[in-house]
Design a protein around this ligand. Structure first.
Ligand code: G3P
Ligand code: MG
Length: 243
């Protein structure tokens, strides 16, 4: 049995128990012995950074339309909790600024996922706003910035080279992913649990990458990954899955 336990990262907050990426989902972490969370950053039409997984608000709110076509004030009028349960009616979209205050107050660590499809000048603005926001993080807060979007992650790395980066991989890991990981100077690779084999994990770790695997909601898989020496697992059930 491995002595050092894998880190559990609350995926979109404690998203099994509260609506993802809401204050309620982040606040659910506090009574747990969980110090890492994952969240997704997008930008509104008026240049405000907000935490939401999908490019549109359709699935997780009572509204419709793309995040980057709405102002923050418009998005704040929507309900982001009721789709999950009536108990969470009234949850609003969360800003990155709010989360940074929360992280600083509770001494949490974060994996920020760059999740936007804005391009060109708007994309540069998105990265500049993130840069500015990160300056407010406590110096002892550990962060990893990850993305499936390699050109975007590369631009982020050029802007903030001291921040650890993670390459998100959707599907089997190939040699071209390794080249991409090297191009963004990634300390971490974030593989999809459905495709990762023990042999592949071993090869990647021997190359010096730390592995943070998504999304692990089953205790047996959690225990297996722990035995493999994986660094961390993203989970919707940080309280409920035990190693
Ligand atoms: O960062 C881990 C995981 O969140 C990546 O996939 O689609 O849930 O953002 P997704
Ligand atoms: Mg994510």
């Amino acid at each position: 049995m491995r002595e050092k336990f894998m880190i559990k990262i609350a995926h979109r907050g404690v998203s099994a128990q509260a609506p993802e990426n809401t204050r309620a989902a982040f606040e659910k972490m506090l009574p747990l012995d969980i110090t890492w969370l994952e969240t997704d950053i997008d930008i509104t039409s008026d240049g405000q950074l907000v935490l939401i997984h999908d490019a549109s608000v359709n699935r997780t709110s009572n509204g419709n339309g793309k995040v980057n076509r709405n102002t923050l004030q418009g998005l704040q009028k929507l309900d982001f909790g009721e789709w999950f349960s009536p108990v969470y009616q009234g949850q609003q979209i969360v800003t990155l600024d709010w989360l940074i205050d929360f992280i600083n107050l509770h001494q949490l660590n974060v994996n920020f996922e760059l999740k936007t499809d804005v391009q060109g000048e708007q994309q540069n603005f998105y990265l500049m706003r993130i840069h500015k926001a990160f300056l407010r993080l406590n110096p002892n807060c550990q962060i990893i910035v990850s993305s499936f979007n390699v050109p975007l992650l590369k631009k982020f790395h050029a802007l903030m080279p001291k921040v650890a980066t993670g390459l998100l991989v959707d599907g089997p890991i190939t040699d071209s992913h390794l080249e991409q990981a090297q191009a963004v100077d990634a300390a971490y690779i974030h593989p999809d649990v459905s495709f990762l084999t023990q042999e592949q994990a071993r090869i990647l770790m021997n190359k010096g990458f730390k592995l943070n695997v998504w999304t692990v909601n089953d205790p047996k898989t959690m225990a297996r990954l722990n035995e493999w020496g994986i660094n961390a697992a993203f989970t919707d059930f940080p309280a409920g899955v035990t190693v």
